[in-house]
Write a protein that binds this ligand. Structure first.
Ligand code: ZN
Length: 489
């Protein structure tokens, strides 16, 4: 077993360095002085160079050849390392470093362009990022479709065709439900300022109610909420909006879902390939089930209503039923991250179609804004008013994350499947949630999914936990039932 042990020992250092690189990213979003951008790009590039050297070290190939797994944990570790090694060995170091430093610079240029509503200022660096990712995709694709190659970075085992089929199955039901809901009188909305200190205090209480372990985590503010890290250092960020405290509360619950997954993984897998969430889609299934099926449920919003009245006094919503409708309000809007459950996946479909056209070279960056605006008007029935509400709203493309967007919808579909199984397994769930108690729900998710980390492949872990192969049916049924009740369809 020397080969296996040598390999795992070498990989552990790589995993630790990778966590350090991730923390540089966390710092860039939360703490870094604005003037440090150029130096940080160098630092990212240096880490990428070190990591690339380790991930393509020829000794890995020799160890993989000699290692014989003796159980399913060892087999899973070897599977991950072997897949990553095969991928990374195809990417020249020059390209890996260029991707890291270019996307690090692109992030600031995107943020400034978004602030200035200036798409033209973003286009030159976007073209660089696209060209680099196309080059990388071509290198790792092995003759397969480049977009399929990129998808593997986020959702191993899935394909563009499979996702397109999932969207084809989802879309008609969502479009019909959206039309029916928007035809009804609007749900009540909030109409006052909620002080920031109150929002942050209740946000922290929500994080703890959902089981976020503050002894191995922390909450900071960021422009875009995110979670980062694994194992014993899993951090989340949130944001506040004076008139929209739900933005803060549900961002926090969402990120806690991600963080709880990482914190819930078996500690024996710390700093091994199994010690991280297995895919972005499975990750998103946790954040979305925490945020939506649990956090936006009738039972839990009843508890939240009381908490908000304790924190902010009377805020103009008459009772729990009106509050439930308010939390789940379906309304026009431009922003994906603020979209309700009915419309969220339509925002993702738009991005999926545009980014696969960009990667295939069928859509040129110069034509991206026009294509976005045309598609948005066709899907939502009104025109994008400014780039920060349109093509510049998301950070992903500046970071080169082509292939990432569809995993959000995959996560919603997985969450729909898990929710059915969770309800079967925990019959008293609503009584718990009505007291703000999520222990049974999060405990079920930890036991059946989170603790396994990377042990099983994405579709396999969902199938094991949900007791069925993933499909769109449960999500559509859940949405139809929920919004039929709220809007009296
Ligand atoms: Zn998420």
């Amino acid at each position: 077993m020397t080969a296996y042990n040598d390999l795992m020992s070498f990989d552990k250092t790589t995993q630790a360095l990778s966590q350090v690189a991730g923390r540089l990213g966390w710092d860039q979003e939360t703490m870094m002085p604005a003037g440090a951008v150029a130096q940080r790009a160098e630092e990212h590039g240096a880490m990428a160079s070190v990591l690339h050297g380790r991930r393509t070290d020829p000794r890995i190939g020799a160890w993989l050849e000699a290692a014989e797994p003796t159980d399913e944990v060892e087999a899973a570790n070897l599977r991950h390392i072997s897949r990553d090694y095969a991928r990374n060995a195809k990417v020249p170091e020059r390209l890996a470093v260029a991707l890291a430093s270019t996307t690090s610079r692109a992030h600031r240029i995107w943020a400034d362009a978004r602030e200035a509503e200036d798409v033209a200022a973003f286009l030159p660096i976007l073209k660089e990022v696209i060209a680099l990712r196309q080059e990388e995709a071509a290198a790792i694709a092995d003759g397969a479709r480049p977009y399929d190659a990129l998808l593997q970075d986020y959702e191993p085992g899935t394909t563009e065709a499979e996702i397109a089929a999932m969207f084809d199955a989802l879309r008609p039901g969502l479009v019909a439900l959206r039309a029916a809901v928007l035809d009804k009188p609007a749900a009540p909305s909030l109409d006052q300022v909620f002080d920031e200190a109150g929002q942050l205090a209740l946000s922290t209480k929500l994080a703890q109610a959902f089981g976020y372990d503050m002894s191995t985590g922390r909450i900071d503010k960021a422009v875009h909420p995110f979670s980062s890290g694994s194992g014993l250092d899993v951090r989340i960020t949130t944001r506040t909006s004076p008139r929209d405290p739900f933005n803060c509360f549900y961002s926090t619950i969402h990120e806690v879902g991600h963080a709880a997954y990482e914190q819930g993984i078996d500690r024996a897998y710390l700093l091994t390939p199994l010690g991280r969430g297995v895919s972005m889609g499975v990750h998103e299934s946790q954040s979305r089930i925490y945020e939506n099926q649990l956090g936006r449920s009738r039972a839990f919003t009843g508890w939240l209503y009381g908490q908000m009245r304790d924190t902010f006094g009377d805020f103009g919503i008459a009772d729990e039923a009106a509050f439930y409708a308010c939390v789940n309000r379906v309304t026009d809007g431009f922003i994906r991250t603020e979209a309700d459950e009915v419309q969220y996946n339509l925002h993702v479909m738009l991005r999926f179609d545009l980014e696969r056209a960009l990667m295939a070279g069928d859509l040129l960056p110069d034509d991206l804004e026009g294509a976005w605006n045309d598609r948005f008007a066709a899907d939502f029935g009104y025109a994008v008013d400014r780039p920060s509400n349109g093509v510049l709203q998301d950070v992903h493309w500046s970071e080169g994350l082509f292939g990432y967007f569809p995993t959000y919808s995959l996560g919603n579909v997985y969450a729909g499947c898990l929710h059915v199984a969770l309800r079967d397994a925990v019959p008293g769930l609503d009584a718990d949630l009505a007291r703000g108690d999520t222990k049974a729900a999060t405990g079920w998710l930890r036991e059946n999914l989170q603790r396994h980390g990377g042990l099983y492949e994405p579709k396999d872990i969902i199938t094991r936990a949900a007791g069925r192969a993933p499909d769109v049916g449960p999500l559509l049924s859940y949405l139809e039932a929920k919004f039929t009740e709220i809007y009296g369809l």
